[in-house]
Design a protein around this ligand. Structure first.
Ligand SMILES: Cc1cc2nc3c(=O)[nH]c(=O)nc-3n(C[C@H](O)[C@H](O)[C@H](O)COP(=O)(O)O)c2cc1C
Length: 217
C-alpha cells in the first residue's frame, strides 16, 4: 500500500459552531415522505446522490453495496405489485398487534402508490461476499457499512432538495428476483426519490430530547 498526503483544510475554531449548527438546521428539516410528485428529475442528480453514498467508510474498505436506480415504468409497476402483496399480508396477518399499534400514528397500510409515482426508486443491496475468478472474498461489518452509506444517501437526497422514504417491504426477496441480482447480493432498503406531492402531509412526530440521547462522561 502506498500512502499520500491528506488533503485537508483546517476550519477556524470560530467557524466550527456556525458550520455545525447550519448543518443541524438543514438536517432537522428532513422528513420521510409517503406522497410523491411524478415530476421528472435529471438522472445526473440521482447519480451524484449515489456517488455521495459510495464515499461512506466500510469495513476493510470492502464497499459491500450496490445501488440499483429504477426509472423504468414497467419495472416500477412490478415492484409496486410485489411489495403491495407482501405489505397487505403484513398488515392483515403477519404483523403482531403491538407492531400495528406502533405504526398506527403513520396511517400507513398495504398500498404503496409512491413506488410507481416517484420518478426513481433507489434499491440498496448489501453484498454478502465478492467473487473474483470463482474465488469468494469476505466482506466485513456489512450491515454497519451499508447502513452508513444509506445514511449518506438520505442526507444527499435532502441536500439536493429532494425527498425520500426509507421503505422496508417485508420480506424483500422479490427485489433480487425482479432486478435480476446475483445470489451474493441481498436487498437492504428501498428508497423512492423525487419531489413531494403538492400539499404532502407528514405525521407530527417528536424527536427525543438531547438529554435522553446524549451522555457526557
Ligand atoms: C430502517 C427503517 C425502515 C423503515 N421502514 C418504513 C416502511 O417500510 N414504511 C414507511 O412508511 N416508513 C418506514 N420508515 C420510516 C420511519 O417511519 C420514519 O423514519 C420515522 O417515523 C421518523 O420520521 P422521519 O423520517 O420523518 O423523521 C422506516 C425507517 C427506517 C429507518
Amino acid at each position: 500500500m502506498t500512502f499520500k498526503k491528506l488533503e485537508y483544510q483546517k476550519t477556524n475554531k470560530s467557524d466550527l459552531a456556525q458550520r455545525s449548527s447550519d448543518f443541524l438546521r438543514k438536517m432537522k428539516s428532513r422528513r420521510s415522505i409517503r406522497h410523491f410528485s411524478d415530476e421528472p428529475i435529471p438522472i445526473e442528480v440521482i447519480e451524484n446522490i449515489v456517488k455521495t453514498a459510495a464515499t461512506a467508510p466500510s469495513g476493510a474498505n470492502k464497499q459491500p453495496w450496490k445501488f440499483i436506480i429504477v426509472s423504468n415504468k414497467e419495472i416500477k409497476k412490478q415492484i409496486r405489485e410485489a411489495a403491495e402483496k407482501e405489505e397487505r399480508e403484513f398488515y392483515e396477518h403477519r404483523a403482531p398487534q403491538s407492531w400495528l399499534n406502533d405504526l398506527e400514528q403513520f396511517e400507513t397500510n398495504g398500498e404503496k402508490e409512491f413506488l410507481e409515482v416517484s420518478p426513481y426508486l433507489i434499491v440498496v443491496f448489501k453484498e454478502l461476499y465478492s467473487e473474483e475468478n470463482e474465488e469468494r472474498n469476505k466482506n466485513y461489518y456489512i450491515n454497519e457499512s451499508v447502513g452508513i452509506a444509506t445514511g449518506l444517501l438520505i442526507a444527499a437526497i435532502h441536500n439536493a432538495g429532494l425527498v425520500t422514504l426509507t421503505h422496508t417491504p417485508s420480506p424483500m426477496g422479490f427485489l433480487g428476483e425482479i432486478l435480476n441480482r446475483p445470489s451474493n447480493e441481498k436487498p437492504f432498503l428501498l428508497l423512492p426519490v423525487g419531489y413531494p406531492a403538492e400539499n404532502a402531509k407528514v405525521p407530527d412526530i417528536k424527536r427525543k430530547d438531547t438529554k435522553d440521547i446524549l451522555v457526557h462522561i
